[in-house]
Design a binder for this molecule. Structure first.
Ligand SMILES: Nc1ncnc2c1ncn2[C@@H]1O[C@H](COP(=O)(O)OP(=O)(O)O)[C@@H](O)[C@H]1O
Ligand SMILES: O=C(O)[C@@H](O)C(=O)COP(=O)(O)O
Length: 428
């Protein structure tokens, strides 16, 4: 029975946290939404055999009420599954709109658990995210000076976590600095227990994994912690070295890369992919004119690529440079973000129908759309490709047939430049 239950506000975030938990010795299942856990179906059975379960939601940019509602439903499902401690996973770049959803969801989860306080820990040093004096850095840049300032859905124009969070929550937002963290577990625990912090959301500085281990130890009795996947570096599960799931696909299975992300790392990966892989850019005008035909054409292109060389997965991508971003749709037209998510999701279905058994998907929202369209209920985390990115084994439900497929859900800003060509080696 799982002890740890996590709620992730997007799908790449869910596999990111699950990858960390698996590395820390937790047999981990990612459940797609909480609905599948209510009955006693295969998803519920997989969850029962796990040490940790991460429920993947697509709530990061949803309206606040919806994000709160789905997060509370997830909490109920986790509690019913036997979980005793909880982790709200949001983005290491604190992606949120000015009205939420990190603050409202945290408040709602605390209220539902009858708890007053928790910590706010987006630091993830392995991916260059550090927090110092409550400011969030992405590698050498403040968040507001990083490429995240141009994100199409959640542009981050401030780096101060108190200023970002305070307007989103009913609770006071406090800060514990690095000096207290470095003073050790007992000092941090005492600080968090003092009256000033006892009913607050407390941003805790961390610049190294050791800081995260200290925070994790000092918060071990909190029923809810919140943060990026980095905080899980301090947890230890019962299955060290044996927690990873086996791959679903077999050598020789064909695959594809679907990139809906506009993030800086993905754009560099797309540029590399364009040099080494057969590729097609999504054409917004064609998708608006006749979406079915445009998707069918992309799937046909992939089939032709597989026939020519099954070893080279085709790359279907939305954004090569920031100039490709459409900020305002033509009058009455579907916004580009929705159009692209829908198209890549339909491509994924078409590709699986055509025989694909491995898909690398770039982008959190994009991954949510793809996984949902494929009808996947759970993801079993397999081999790690890069910090925060792993292959995940799943069973899709395309045309009512359960096909085993490996999915790598890559956060927009994660992974090295060559990940679209090198990821496949990790499935061998
Ligand atoms: N040309 C475009 N114009 C506007 N938005 C786009 C375009 N291409 C893709 N998008 C959208 O940008 C968003 C990227 O978000 P996401 O998939 O979460 O990537 P990331 O992980 O980089 O944040 C998606 O909703 C995607 O559909
Ligand atoms: O914490 C992170 O950075 C990731 O797990 C994450 O949530 C990424 O989101 P996207 O960039 O939208 O994929």
């Amino acid at each position: 029975m799982p002890l740890l239950g996590a709620i992730a506000d997007d799908f790449t975030g869910a596999t990111d946290l699950a990858t960390m938990l698996v590395a820390r010795g937790f047999r981990t299942v990612v459940a797609v939404g909480s609905e599948g856990l209510a009955d006693d179906g295969p998803a519920a059975q997989e969850v029962r055999a796990a040490d940790a379960v991460v429920i993947a939601l697509k709530s990061r940019t949803a309206p606040v009420d919806e994000a709160v509602g789905t997060s509370l439903a997830a909490l109920r499902a986790l509690t019913d599954a036997g979980c005793e401690s909880f982790y709200f996973k949001y983005c290491s770049t604190f992606d949120s709109t000015p009205v939420g959803n990190i603050g409202p969801v945290t408040d709602a989860l605390l209220d539902a658990l009858g708890e007053q306080a928790t910590v706010v820990v987006p630091a993830f040093p392995a991916t260059g995210r550090t927090v110092y004096k409550a400011r969030l850095f992405v590698h050498d840049d403040l968040l507001e000076e990083s490429p995240m300032r141009d994100h199409p859905l959640t542009p981050m124009r401030d780096s101060h976590l108190v200023r970002l969070l305070a307007p989103q929550t009913r609770r006071p937002v406090r800060v514990v600095g690095l000096d207290t963290v470095r003073a050790g577990v007992q000092a941090l625990r005492s600080a968090l227990a003092s009256p000033e912090y006892a009913a607050a959301l407390t941003v805790v500085d961390a610049t190294e994994d050791q800081d995260l281990r200290t925070i994790s130890a000092a918060t071990s009795s909190m029923r809810l912690v919140t943060g990026a996947a980095g905080l899980a570096v301090g947890l230890t599960g019962p299955h060290e070295g044996t927690a990873r799931a086996a791959a679903a696909s077999r050598p020789g299975d064909v695959g594809a890369v679907l990139a809906g992300s506009a993030s800086a790392a993905t754009r560099a990966q797309v540029a590399h992919g364009r040099e080494h892989l057969p590729h097609r850019k999504l054409d917004l005008a064609a998708l608006r004119a006749d979406p079915e035909a445009a998707v069918a054409e992309l799937v046909d292109f992939a089939r032709a690529c597989w026939r020519a060389d099954p070893e080279r997965p085709p790359l279907l991508y939305a954004v090569g440079s920031l100039d490709d971003l459409e900020h305002q749709p033509p009058e009455g037209a579907v916004p580009a973000a929705e159009l692209v998510e829908r198209a890549l999701a339909e491509c994924a279905v078409g590709l699986v129908r055509a025989g694909a058994r491995r898909l690398l998907v770039a982008g959190g929202e994009t991954s949510g759309a793809v996984v949902t369209a494929l009808g996947a209920r759970t993801l079993g985390i397999g081999a790690q490709i890069a910090p925060g990115v792993a292959w995940a084994r799943t069973h899709t439900g395309v045309d009512g047939r359960a096909e085993s497929v490996d999915l790598a859900l890559k956060s927009g800003n994660f992974g090295g430049t060559s990940i679209f060509t090198s990821a496949w080696e990790h499935l061998a």
